[in-house]
Ligand binder design. Structure first.
Ligand SMILES: [Fe+2]
Length: 187
């Protein structure tokens, strides 16, 4: 088992942010909303499907979340969405294509372990992101997730699109990139 790093340790890979948690009632509502809302790009940008459901995607935030974030999170000019993984026990090691970093707040249960790797894919650090806490997560370092117990893993995500990187995306990804490049999001 990888060593679990305490969130108070200074890490080059993630930072635990001192931001407010989502109120409990809203958290449950957001989970249901995210399960039942089509992802941006309509599944094409998410790649593989399981039982007709994209294994990865981002949905637009409902208005009540946008309002809550504006009032409670001290971060401007970042895309706000909710990302979801479906049907995967693990998220394989990867580097994100369109962003340097993101701020995430996990809405589903604490449990899965996020690990970071060096360029030789050797594990360097692991962390269990706590439910309903905010973290800055570095996405240009190799990372992956293990031990996802439920079909869905859902988190609020805020980021800026790295336009230098988007040229590498396949054409199917364009709708997705276009959608998440616009801030504030188109209504
Ligand atoms: Fe990632």
């Amino acid at each position: 088992m990888p060593k679990i790093t305490s969130s108070t340790t200074v890490s080059p890979n993630y930072v635990h942010m001192p931001w407010p948690s989502i109120p409990d009632e809203m958290r449950g509502r957001l989970v249901e909303y995210t399960k039942n809302t089509p992802i941006i790009g309509d599944g094409v940008a998410g790649g593989r499907l399981i039982e007709g459901i994209p294994v990865y995607g981002i949905v637009r935030p409902p208005k009540y979340l946008t309002k809550w974030v504006e009032e409670n999170i001290p971060l401007k000019d970042h895309f706000l969405g909710i990302q979801r993984f479906y049907g995967m026990e693990d998220v394989r090691i990867h580097i994100d294509s369109i962003r340097e970093y993101c701020f995430n707040c996990l809405l589903t249960d604490t449990g899965p372990v996020t690990s970071f790797y060096d360029n030789n894919k050797k594990i360097v650090e692991s962390v269990t992101y706590q439910q309903n806490e905010w973290y800055r997560h570095e996405t240009k370092r190799y990372h992956g997730v293990t031990g996802i117990p439920e079909p869905y893993r859902i988190s609020i995500t805020m980021f800026k699109v790295d336009l230098q990187q988007t040229g590498a995306l396949r054409s199917e990804g364009k709708a997705f990139v276009q959608a998440v490049s616009v801030f504030p999001p188109k209504k």
